[in-house]
Design a protein around this ligand. Sequence first.
Ligand code: GDD
Ligand code: MN
Length: 395
Amino acid sequence: MEMQSSPGNVWGSISLSLLEEGNATADTYDMTVIIPTFNEEGNVAAIIDAVGGVFQKSGIRGEILVVDDSSSDRTIPIVEEIAGRNGNVRLIVRKEDHGLSQSVVEGFGSARSDILQVIDADFSHPPELIPRFYEAIRDGADIAIGSRYMKGGNIEQWPLKRRIISLGATAFGRILFPEVTDPVSGFFAVRRDVVSGAPLAPRGYKILMEVLGKGQWHSFVEIPFVFKDREEGESKLRLDTMVDYLRQCAGIVRFTVTRRAGPVWDEWLKILRFGFVGLSGIFVNTGLLYALTEIAGFYYLLSAAIAIEVSIVNNFIWNDIWTFKSARDLRFGRRISRFGSFQAVSMGGLVINMGILYLLAEVAGVYYLVANLVGIFVAFVWNYMVNRHITWMTR
Ligand code: GDD
Ligand code: MN
């Protein structure tokens, strides 16, 4: 007995278990589908069956990992019985720190594959789409997100109140992740390395936000899906989940600001730089308008046209060498075509700015300087979004 606690034996057993883990991870399964459950006796057998059927049909060697928070109904015995018959079905019963996100993170840690999928037990997320998520990650994406808010996605049978809450949460999440149409989706897949070293602080319902904010990822894809409300059992969403959500957003912001790195940081840095460049353009524009009119004696509308064009060129150069420097292709032809695109987008922005100024000031009677600020803001969003996606084609 004494001998077993000697350092040699301890290390021996640790390295052996690491080896076993390693083998299982590399060879055993292509993918792990994590199903968090809490009192899902009406759904759990059917969802396991459905996911198993998807594996069979698609040829994915998949593992099903049910992570339960000590359900008081028959969920646990039902899953135990299924796991007894199927080698690829496992059950974790949690006893402490009750919570959906915590359960998912525990599933990440215990999975025996490199592609991790999360899906609800209540058929809100269509299991038939799992192979699409699998392929997306296998083909190089770090995260695959099931989206209800992109073309092809939708929500069925949700009462108006829930729709509004969800839209609010999503809009808030998009401030942090402007590129993700559904950052609070519960239906997603990740490559294991994205989360394995990440300092996730799971709490509440929105584990994907945590993964996006703190995981190590570079690329993602979105897969549209239609969210169906549960037919069995009831939703566990409560008011304090919303409070949790706000605290989670604050935590991601804190993490981002202290680290000065990560996806949220990268995105906001681009937005900030784009804003600075825009500001420099206003100075160039105003300065030139003044100089050409007052010093060179040009007719002021001609000065304005030249000033606008020069400021567009100014903004392009700074955005190309600074704001979007990571997305540049240095070949001359590419640079010219980026300029063409930027020019067109800027003209669009100008029309938007003027259009809003006119509508708000003339039609709605808003004070014209305020109307102009609104116009500038909308044009800025337009310019940033379109240029980011089209001119500099960054993901
Ligand atoms: N282990 C565990 N612990 N599982 C839980 C817990 C918990 O505390 N609470 C809920 N679950 C499980 C449920 O059993 C179900 O499988 C899944 O998590 C989703 O729970 P629901 O209660 O059905 O969630 P919902 O329909 O209100 O919320 C859905 O929409 C959100 C986005 O609006 C889910 O898809 C969420 O994942 C998603 O974030
Ligand atoms: Mn549900």
